[in-house]
Design a protein around this ligand. Structure first.
Ligand code: SF4
Length: 437
């Protein structure tokens, strides 16, 4: 008899559920698990349920009960898994409940109870996977694809509609990264605010509780890991306001990367931007009232088809009012396949170039003014690099690669340390500080 961990399957319902079972089985076999054909020969049983008719629901609940009596270690998946409360009320001892098409979640639940066998090849890969970032920070991808149709973008054509990862899976990955020494997690996706909408904010198990697959709930749980959590690509939907209390409690960095792309309503409509609204300036003011040290980063496009001098001036005035901390700017490019190419009224290249310079110049003054206000303040800095007499790091308001740096003199640190420093000098992008220990 095989000494590998053995998983038994009870598969109810339609051919789609059967295909789900096949996929879970294939994954488990690839990882070295064996399958068993009876309860007694299984270390754990997966019950793939059906929830279509009352009779099918009844049959599924009975099958779970039987597996619990005969084996005791039961993971539930399939259509009835979307009604976790119903299952828990009838069978509180099931180990985990996942919904249909959630292969990753079923396999992770099995890993937790019954770890995969030793594999000399797979074991060369660290539990957090292979990362190309330095050891002290890592990107955490929470979803793939996008449900919007911004007219300048072909990502939905390339990567498909939004597919969110279950919060439990994201959190387990985050935990592995923290165990491996990561001090800063950068949450990324195409649209972080839309996280979970595609799977109806399904719940999944993490530690001793069920977590809803939604931005605020995910951030609340990430905030328990005790490392810096930085959010990217946050669209200003109303529920973004919920993040402010997490920032006040220092569970989330006071940093928002919000890709506004323009300020003129006419152009935002032509761009088909999500969550574009006239009250954005008001919301920015309110965010800053609640979290005074909030850093807001954004990107803009100049030279979008049909952008007039008035639209562009409106954008410059808006930037003066908004006083964003960090701004990136792109000259519009007619990407093959993008709907905006059909709009006509292309802006000549020289004009795009001129607008780009005007915007960057105006914004440089704004960024410099915002950084000047930091002089004399004590800030936290994460150390990225050590040089002979200086350490180079980033403040809570600086994401790696895209934002500024903090140069600290006068002490010795290790890469990945988070230290307190006093700001002595500011340029348009970077800060100079001394250690405040
Ligand atoms: S630019 Fe628009 S369509 Fe493209 S990924 Fe972002 S939100 Fe989605």
């Amino acid at each position: 008899m095989s000494s590998n961990p053995r998983v038994g399957f009870v598969s109810l319902g339609c051919p789609k559920a059967l295909v789900d079972t096949e996929r879970i089985l294939s994954q488990l076999q690839a990882e070295g698990y064996s399958t068993a054909s009876d309860y007694q020969g299984s270390d754990l049983v997966v019950v793939n349920t059906c929830g279509f008719l009352d009779s099918a629901r009844e049959e599924s609940l009975e099958a779970i009960g039987e597996a619990l009596t005969e084996n005791g270690q039961v993971v539930v998946t399939g259509c009835l898994g979307t009604e976790a409360e119903l299952i828990r009320a009838a069978h509180p001892n099931v180990l985990a409940i996942t919904g249909p098409h959630q292969y990753e979640a079923v396999v992770s639940a099995i890993h937790e109870v019954l770890p995969p066998p030793h594999d000399p090849f797979m074991d060369l890969i660290p539990p957090q996977g292979i990362k190309l970032t330095p050891k002290h920070y890592a990107y955490l991808k929470i979803s793939e694809g996008c449900n919007h149709q911004c007219s300048f973008c072909i990502i939905p054509q390339l990567r498909g509609n939004l597919v969110s990862r279950l919060a439990g899976d994201v959190l387990r990955e985050a935990e592995e990264l923290v165990k491996a020494g990561v001090q800063e997690l950068l949450v990324i996706s195409q649209d972080t605010s839309a996280y979970g909408v595609d799977i109806h904010y399904a719940k999944s198990q993490w530690r001793d509780r069920a977590i809803t697959t939604r931005m605020t709930e995910l951030c609340t749980a990430l905030g328990e890991l005790g490392v810096w959590i930085r959010l990217h690509y946050v669209y200003p939907y109303p529920h973004v306001d919920e993040l402010l209390s997490l920032m006040k409690e220092q569970k989330l960095l006071p940093y928002l990367d919000v890709p506004f792309q323009h300020a003129s309503n006419r152009l935002l409509r032509a761009m088909k931007r999500p969550a574009a609204e006239a009250r954005t300036l008001e919301r920015i003011r309110e965010w800053r009232r609640q979290v005074p040290n909030l850093t807001i980063r954004s990107t803009f496009i100049v030279g979008f088809p049909g952008e007039t001098e008035d639209d562009f001036k409106f954008l410059l005035d808006w930037l003066e009012e908004a006083e964003l901390d960090r701004v990136g700017c792109f000259r519009y490019e007619a990407v093959d396949g993008a709907a905006a190419n059909q709009l006509g009224n292309a802006v000549p290249e020289e004009l795009k170039e001129e607008r780009w310079h005007r915007l960057m110049e105006a914004q440089q003054k704004i960024s410099a003014k915002r950084l000047q206000e930091r002089i004399g303040q004590e800030i936290q800095v994460i150390i990225d690099e050590i040089r002979e007499n200086e350490a180079i790091g980033r403040s809570e308001g600086d994401a790696p690669e895209i934002d500024g740096k903090v140069l600290i003199t006068g002490n010795t640190f290790n890469v990945g340390d988070i230290v307190r420093a006093r700001v002595e000098k500011a340029g348009p992008y970077d800060l100079w500080a001394t250690c405040a220990l």
